[in-house]
Ligand binder design. Structure first.
Ligand code: NAD
Length: 527
């Protein structure tokens, strides 16, 4: 699939295109540059000699040829998709993202490159001929003429005079697309509504052979196993299903050991990949079973909880709990592909959704405070029946971009520190106390709930140590409780047991318990 960047002249398609292509490991094609190279003259020169009709014919030919090439990021000219046949071709060859910008922003940018854009009335330094009738208009007029056209593209990103990297961040959130590298082979992470149906094609692209095992739990496999399997079977992949009981109590080495015979029976060999369909428990266990089967086979993550989408499904930490503590056995073994189908969140119980929101808040505190502005959309969580599914999320257009943005903080951190040598420890915000609370309550407090409580208590600790901005703990408590999350340990909890579990936590170093402490929204200190 190609990615097409579209929008008015000066909206940054080339600048953002270069950044995006480098982040995604794809080539960048600047369609205007291709046209100039093949015509051996400037765009203005082509307009002068051949008129707009001649230029548009060259543009259509260049577009068709770029589409025939392997997947790339393609920066389009500002009128390239005015022709319905060009638009239809691009729509069937990939995703189109259109940049929105106001006339003032565009005027400033266009003025910095005078004479390049023949349809605009910018100062001309290399004019071959005077502009033809209908040409040489101010950008505001061109924008007004094309307003309905640009607005007809559903995926749009507003550009302004922010740094281009920030616009590239928004573009990736709108596209729901990341590429994570740094730990073994790079892998693609896709977020979107309905992605389960694309599993077969994407699995085939990975070249993982003709068989697989889909591991799911007693909730996710009945809900989505057959749909995922159908997409694979349609492309000739033989699929076995392996079901494990739902819940944290399943996250044991005994469950991992029960998956190996399933892999053997399905004939999983070194070149194959297995698939994890479920929340963090299924992902951690399946990833670890994949890491240890035949000394390592590939795995694909299909996260179905919000928590697994924004957190556990990324970063390649796999493993199981021991009776003595959480995640004490494990391996770094990144997935080969992550497909986060946000449509699956419509069956997720509200209590589980809240848990994912706790991790999203954690990411906002670590590196994207602006994400907090989008939380009021989840206000319904506060008073909803915890056991009921989140049917209201079905088809919500804002959901996939929200999930993608909540993922972005973790993607950035694990890119820079894949093996938790330093920066990645920030992701443990709320987890040192949180893991102790989970353990001391025999997991009746869920992971995300424990992270919410742990984050508030760690913020309080940071305030007492004079590290955090005063009032931060109360601010965080307000955010979490607004989502229906607990912010204090349950009454009667054995604090000695919490402390004992914290001293066993694997985040210990040199015999000392380590914390990631919040300093203010957007900053966490580790040590
Ligand atoms: P989970 O996997 O237990 O899922 C929660 C519940 O939701 C389960 O009952 C599951 O069956 C159900 N469920 C899942 N998807 C559903 C859907 N779409 N519809 C209906 N029900 C659905 O728990 P979780 O919260 O996803 O993950 C928690 C685990 O993740 C913990 O073990 C934690 O330690 C781990 N984790 C790992 C990492 C990592 O980096 N590997 C990071 C954070 C958390």
């Amino acid at each position: 699939m190609h990615l097409f960047l579209y929008g008015p002249p000066g909206s940054g398609k080339s600048t953002i295109g270069h950044i995006l292509a480098s982040r995604l490991g794809l080539p960048f094609v600047d369609l205007d540059a291709v046209i100039v190279a093949s015509a051996k003259q400037t765009i203005r020169g082509i307009f002068a000699c051949e008129g707009e009709t001649g230029f548009r014919a060259r543009e259509s030919a260049a577009l068709a040829s770029a589409i025939a090439d392997p997947p790339s990021v393609i920066g389009l000219g500002g009128g390239a998709l005015l022709k319905p046949e060009n638009r239809a071709q691009a729509e069937s060859a990939g995703e189109i993202l259109c940049f929105d910008a106001d006339a003032a922003t565009l005027e400033g940018r266009v003025a910095r490159a005078p004479g390049v854009r023949p349809l605009l009335s910018t100062p001309v330094s290399d004019c071959v001929q005077p502009p033809q009738a209908g040409q040489g208009k101010p950008i505001s007029q061109l924008l007004a003429e094309r307003a309905a056209h640009y607005a007809s593209f559903p995926r749009r990103v507003k550009v302004s005079d922010r740094p281009p990297e920030e616009t590239a961040d928004d573009t990736q959130a709108a596209l729901g697309l990341y590429r994570v590298s740094g730990m073994g082979s790079a892998y693609t992470v896709c977020v979107g509504d309905g992605l389960l149906d694309t599993l077969g094609a994407r699995f085939r692209e990975l070249g993982c052979g003709d068989r697989t095992v889909i591991v799911g739990d007693s909730h996710t496999l009945p809900l989505y196993g057959e749909r995922a399997a159908a997409s694979l079977r349609a492309l000739g992949v033989t699929v076995s299903l392996a079901e494990i009981p739902a819940g944290e109590a399943t996250k044991t080495i005994a469950t991992v050991a029960s998956l190996w015979p399933a892999f053997l029976k399905a004939g999983i060999e070194r070149g194959h990949a297995v698939i994890a369909l479920g929340g963090g428990v299924v992902g951690d266990l399946t990833g670890f079973a994949a890491a240890t089967w035949l000394r390592g086979v590939r795995w694909v993550g299909l996260p179905t909880t919000l928590l697994a989408m924004v957190d556990s499904g990324l970063g390649g930490k796999t493993g199981a709990d021991l009776p003595e503590g959480k995640n004490l056995v494990g391996a770094f073994h990144p997935p080969s592909l992550v497909l986060a189908d946000t449509a699956t969140l419509a069956t997720l119980p509200v209590r589980e959704l809240r848990c994912g929101l706790a991790e999203a808040v954690k990411h906002a505190v670590i590196g994207d405070p602006g994400l907090l502005d989008t939380l009021p959309r989840f206000a319904f969580c506060k008073n909803s029946d915890a056991a009921a599914p989140c049917a209201s999320l079905s088809g919500a257009a804002w959901l996939a971009p929200f999930v993608a943005r909540a993922m972005a903080v973790k993607v950035r951190v694990i890119q820079q520190d894949p093996f938790e040598k330093g920066l990645r420890a920030a992701l443990n915000l709320g987890h040192t106390i949180g893991h102790g609370i989970e353990k001391a309550t025999r997991f009746s407090v869920r992971h995300g709930e424990a992270v919410a409580i742990g984050t508030v208590l760690e913020a309080r600790l940071a305030e007492e140590l004079g590290l955090a901005q005063p009032g931060l703990a109360a601010q965080l408590a307000g955010l979490f409780s607004g989502l229906g999350l607990p912010v204090a340990p349950p009454p009667g909890i054995d604090l000695a047991e919490v402390l004992a579990a914290m001293t066993l936590d694997k985040k210990k170093a040199d015999g000392k318990v380590r914390f990631a402490l919040p300093v203010r929204l957007g900053e966490v200190r580790t040590g």
